[in-house]
Design a protein around this ligand. Structure first.
Ligand code: H2P
Length: 820
């Protein structure tokens, strides 16, 4: 471990001290007095008070990292789904209780204030949220780290429903600024895109290719401090905003053309304008590539500057710098680093490439072919002409190695090539990432196994040992401590604190799983959380739900492979059973969905419409006596998840086996005492290992069964014909019964199921439906359910992102903590 720096705070952490600090911010930063301050003012002033403590530690941390010339990890990600930072900052600053008291004395509370904050929604789903959990763990484990990404002006779209259809609205989260970020104009940096490659004489008289004539863009960094929990370390997330290098063209302005004068500026600023939704459409491809290059190019320049402050020799670069690529989105960094060394610093190819391949590590998050990024060669030629040349050279050398290993093996060369041949040549970014990184990891054991066996078997053979697994995790600070104060308090009362930094401690709860008193306390917490959620549901969408019912939750991106429509088929089957047998004895259920569909993804949008229409119908049907309710909460986001997760009884994790790389919602829900109904997919497999078979409901086909069925030729129509109930509910969807005002609008979903069904929904229906009967029986047995729920919470220790990050640090990055 490196030497530690001294840290003493200049700020008074007592309740009176914090009260004064908040009031000072109200007055001097916001020009308000206590009489006229709005709730937002109080939230801002309290946030700024917390931020002062955090910043003090951030300065100390950065000094310590600099003084010890520590190795740092740089987490490159196009997405950081941070959510709200208020509660997290208070907990991490170690002043949550004091602030709560200080606010109380002024007639306020944290619960009301935190709602004033706009979610920082700079991500689509699991991948972006994982990055946010990782930042939290890195700081908590005292690991020197910087997150790098884009300062999007608009986050993921806001979702509304109109007549059950998704409508997308802009997410202008920055309109009134945020108290958490600090602009760093002094670290602005210039990069270029487009242009051409010319041969010129370098300063040693060599005639060499140079990238010239491109469009210049200025990157301006904004820093968000990332405080660790229970430690002084504060790392930061640095997000780049794009600007025009010159404010605007004065010459054009003087000629009278204001529009012309600011046009240049607008083009440059477009780059950091919007986060791309996880979309399948072709539109905006060029801009997306420019975004990717822009942020990695800025970040690498920033890393160079920091490295050069404390180091002389470039050979030492991998000793001081590890760069983790969060999916292939930042993979162009591999080529840019090579270009900087080789073209700009005149380093020989072999040496430059050797440093590059000791610096990068790549995380793969998906096996779905449509999600593996490819850029066409003509597009590359236009946006990054020199990089394209370098990619061809990297590929040439790579294929020479393939040839050396497997002489004459054309097939191997074709599958291993970074360039995909075809009508239009494509650059395979995943291949580039594998070739340019020293480590490639999957995000759950099963995923990594499939990564090696199915997606990259030839690469695994070529680079033995390069592939490894790092099962995902979630931060217990946000996903238990902050989101579920009732359960956190109960846990700490029972087994003491310390679990927030060592989640395995929750095992201490196991011994109380059969204790009737503890069971009733545990379930009382769940009930109170359900009452809260019921209130939110009522205010948001006007539906009354019974908190005693089973809350059955599916919250995640809307995607065909995640199979929200399988859930819907089961809801319809239950509804039909109740209509045909009104005395059917089932525990009342509330089905809760929340999800955004990518704007260009028609089938996903159709599934939303179907759930909403079926829900409206069922919720209004008096005959079933409130035994079923279907709720779709609009605008799914981190802060909403934080309200749903603590209130869930059942967690739906029903992707087709082999398709969900890991899942992290499964971990959040189980940690908060929800039981999982799920397929043997992603991290569900490991959750089952941890909680035990008796505490989880597993259903559906295994990966092997899926593979066998697809190989044999899957015909959904056969399953449809063979199962009367299934046929009835599928036909029901397609029949206009639920959408009389919009005939035909669910036809696409129905036809897709019967004639296409690429994710085998119909094949898994019966098993899923049977499994739900077991859920129903278990829920009616209150002590049994309570025991199972407690066991889930108690056995989630493995899924702390602290465990995950600990493994990345020791096994991939070789990174030591620095105590501040
Ligand atoms: C993805 C995968 C998840 C995985 C997550 C983080 C891309 O997230 O599909 O299985 O857990 O990355 O590794 P998501 O589907 O939630 O957007």
């Amino acid at each position: 471990m490196s030497e530690s720096a001294q840290f003493t705070s200049a700020i008074d952490h007592s309740v009176p001290g914090l009260k004064k600090l908040i009031k000072n911010h109200l007055k001097f930063s916001l020009a308000r007095d206590t009489q006229t301050a709005s709730r937002r003012d109080w939230w801002l002033a309290t946030s700024k008070a917390a931020q002062s403590l955090i910043i003090e530690r951030m300065i100390a941390t950065q000094t310590a990292h600099h003084r010890t010339n520590a190795k740092r990890v740089y987490y490159f990600s196009l997405e950081f789904l941070m959510g709200r930072l208020f509660s997290n900052s208070l907990y991490s600053a170690g002043i949550f209780d004091e602030i709560e008291l200080a606010l109380q004395e002024m007639g306020l509370d944290t619960e009301t204030l935190r709602k004033e904050e706009y979610d920082m929604a700079l991500g689509n789903g699991g991948l972006g949220r994982l990055a946010a959990c990782f930042l939290d763990s890195l700081a908590t484990l005292d690991l020197p780290a910087v997150g790098y990404g884009i300062h999007y002006q608009y986050g993921l779209f806001k979702q509304e429903f109109r007549n059950g259809h998704q409508v997308e609205l802009p997410d202008a989260w920055l309109t009134y600024g945020t108290p958490w970020e600090i602009v760093r104009p002094e670290h602005s940096t210039e990069v270029q895109v487009f242009g051409q490659v010319e041969n010129v004489f370098d300063d040693r008289g060599n005639y060499v290719p140079r990238w010239t004539g491109g469009k210049k863009i200025l990157g301006v960094p904004y820093d968000i401090p990332i405080p660790g929990f229970g430690t002084n370390t504060v790392n930061f997330l640095r997000l780049w905003e794009s600007r025009a290098p010159e404010e605007f063209d004065f010459e054009a302005f003087n000629r009278g053309g204001y529009g012309e004068a600011v046009r240049e500026k607008n083009v440059s600023e477009t780059i950091s304008k919007v986060l791309y939704p996880n979309d399948k459409t072709e539109s905006g491809k060029e801009l997306r590539l420019v975004q990717q290059y822009f942020f990695v190019a800025c970040s690498l320049r920033d890393i160079f500057r920091r490295f050069r402050k404390d180091n002389e020799a470039w050979e030492d670069f991998p000793e001081k710098v590890a760069i983790q690529l969060n999916d292939t989105h930042p993979a162009i960094a591999i080529v840019e680093l090579l270009r900087l060394f080789h073209d700009e610093y005149g380093m020989a190819w072999e040496k430059a490439w050797s440093i590059v391949t000791k610096t990068f590590a790549y995380t793969n998050h998906t096996l779905l072919p449509e999600a593996l990024e490819k850029w066409s060669v003509p597009l590359f030629q236009k946006v990054l002409p020199r990089h394209l040349q370098l990619i061809f050279e990297i590929n040439k050398r790579h294929l020479e190695q393939v040839e050396a290993k497997w002489p004459g093996d054309v097939h191997r060369k074709r599958v291993l090539s970074i360039i995909e041949e075809g009508h239009v040549q494509m650059v395979r970014m995943a291949h580039l990432s594998v070739v340019g990184s020293f480590s490639v990891n999957g995000v759950a054991a099963l995923h990594t196994q499939l990564l090696k066996a199915e997606l990259f078997p030839e690469f695994d053979e070529m680079f033995p040992g390069k592939f490894n697994n790092k099962t995902n995790g979630i931060t217990p600070r946000r996903w238990l401590l902050a989101c579920n104060p009732r359960l956190s308090t109960l846990i700490s009362k029972k087994i003491g604190t310390g679990w927030e930094r060592d989640l395995d401690k929750l095992r201490g709860l196991e011994q109380y799983a059969n204790d009737p008193d503890f069971q009733s306390e545990f379930m009382a917490v769940k009930h109170a959380n359900k009452v809260d959620l019921a209130r939110i549901i009522k205010t948001q969408i006007g539906i009354s739900v019974n908190p005693a019912a089973l809350f059955d939750v599916q919250i995640k991106r809307l995607h065909e492979y995640k199979r929200q429509h399988l859930n819907l088929l089961h809801i319809l089957a239950l509804y039909r059973r109740l209509l045909q047998n009104p005395d059917l004895d089932i525990a009342p259920r509330v089905f809760i969905f929340s999800a955004k569909a990518a704007p260009g993804y028609d089938l996903a949008k159709c599934i939303i419409k179907a759930i909403n229409s079926v829900g409206t119908h069922i919720n209004a049907d008096k005959r079933i006596n409130d035994r079923l309710k279907v709720v779709f909460l609009p605008n799914y986001r981190v802060s909403l998840a934080q309200r749903i997760v603590p209130a869930a009884d059942l967690s739906e994790q029903i992707s087709t086996a082999g398709k969900e790389a890991s899942g992290t919602g499964n971990m959040k829900l189980a940690l908060n005492g929800a039981l999982t109904i799920g397929t043997l997919d992603g991290a569900n497999v490991e959750i089952r290992e941890e909680v035990g078979e008796e505490n989880i409901f597993i259903c559906g086909m295994t990966v092997e069964e899926v593979t066998a069925l697809v190989k044999k030729g899957y015909r959904p129509h056969d399953f449809y014909m063979a199962n009367e109930e299934l046929r009835a509910v599928v036909d029901w969807i397609g029949s206009n019964y639920f959408t009389p005002d919009e005939p035909g609008c669910l036809r696409m979903l129905c036809d897709n199921l019967i004639y296409n069904d690429p994710f085998l929904v119909l094949a898994d229906f019966q098993s899923y439906s049977d499994s739900h009967k077991l859920v129903d029986a278990a829920f009616k047995d209150k002590p049994r359910w309570a025991k199972m729920a407690i066991m889930n919470t108690a056995r989630m220790g493995k899924f702390s992102s602290d465990r995950t990050i600990g493994q990345y640090a020791s096994e991939i990055w070789k990174l030591d903590p620095v105590k501040v």
